[in-house]
Design a protein around this ligand. Structure first.
Ligand code: FEO
Length: 168
């Protein structure tokens, strides 16, 4: 049976992953309507992956005898400040997700829930990849600056880039 505090923390994480999916969906649709088709394709995939992260938690909570709660979500921003604006926000958001996952891991240790601790290691590894990828993208954007040919190629390359290895 899942400890009530752990169950609450996992439900909070479900909300965070769902909100991440919603957030990247808003970015994807903005990119799609602003001529950034590669960026848009990347962000749609990223949004789908976040939904999978949420689902994985939903199944875990239910299978461990808890009750997964499907949360209401807040409306994300509809406008973004170009490519740099999008990826700055994405990196900021992922940093918050990492902090939240670390708190769940911490709680698992203090409550001696080694099963959930083990399950959460997948998320710890995933966050390392997601943050590294977001930082690489930011470095590339800094290099390109306002060079329009560079930005065109950057957007085209994102079409092929996977958001992060999902360990699937
Ligand atoms: Fe599932 Fe990007 O955190």
């Amino acid at each position: 049976m899942l400890d009530k505090q752990i169950e609450a923390a996992l439900n909070a994480q479900i909300e965070m992953e769902a909100q991440s999916s919603h957030f990247y969906l808003a970015m994807a649709t903005w990119a799609e309507t602003n001529g950034l088709n590669g960026t848009s394709a990347f962000l749609y995939r990223h949004s789908d992956e976040e939904r999978e992260h949420m689902l994985k938690l939903v199944h875990f909570v239910n299978e461990r005898g808890g009750t997964a709660r499907i949360p209401a979500l807040s409306a994300p921003a509809a406008e973004f400040d170009g490519l740099k604006g999008i990826f700055t926000k994405l990196l900021e958001h992922e940093t918050k997700v990492t902090a939240s996952i670390n708190e769940v891991v911490d709680l698992c240790l203090s409550r001696k829930d080694y099963t959930t601790h083990n399950f959460m290691q997948w998320y710890v590894a995933e966050q390392i990849e997601e943050e590294a990828l977001a930082r690489t993208i930011m470095d590339k954007l800094a290099m390109i600056g306002s060079d329009s040919a560079g930005l065109y190629l950057f957007d085209r390359d994102l079409e092929m880039l996977e958001p992060a290895e999902d360990g699937k």
